[in-house]
Design a protein around this ligand. Structure first.
Ligand code: 5GP
Length: 117
């Protein structure tokens, strides 16, 4: 059996995290190293490694990530000022944890997206 990802261990409660939302499809918790005043990770309960590995049958879960992000943003009162949703994919995308997740960033004016050489 494949070794559990860090996020599976958080979902299953083996590693502590500040969980803000959980249902049958996704779990959301505060990022341990926040890059903005609000930085939440919304993770699929199913351990899909990344968007590059998701399948047609995961389509509803992908949509659910956005719906849950919207609900959390509203709950945290950042829906009117706005926020950013990011999904890093693979090495060039800067993905560190190989378990599909969406970053919800907000609570301040965010900088421009870009790249570094
Ligand atoms: P990625 O670079 O894969 O898109 O994002 C992974 C995120 O997971 C990073 O923002 C990082 O700070 C966060 N992270 C890494 N380890 C932990 C942890 O043990 N707990 C929590 N809550 N977040 C983590």
């Amino acid at each position: 059996m494949a070794e559990k990802t860090l996020f599976e261990k958080i979902i299953e409660g083996q590693i502590p995290a500040d969980i803000v939302y959980k249902d049958d499809v996704v779990t959301a918790f505060k990022d341990i190293a926040p890059k903005a005043p609000i930085h939440i990770l919304i993770v699929t309960n199913k351990p899909i490694p990344s968007i590059a590995q998701c399948e047609d049958c995961d389509e509803a879960a992908m949509g659910h990530l956005f719906i849950v992000a919207k609900k959390i943003a509203k709950e945290l009162n950042i829906n009117e000022d706005g926020y950013r949703l990011i999904v890093n994919v693979g090495r060039h995308g800067g993905q560190e944890v190989p378990h599909l997740h969406m970053h919800l960033l907000g609570g301040t004016q965010l900088g421009a997206l870009g790249f570094t050489n």
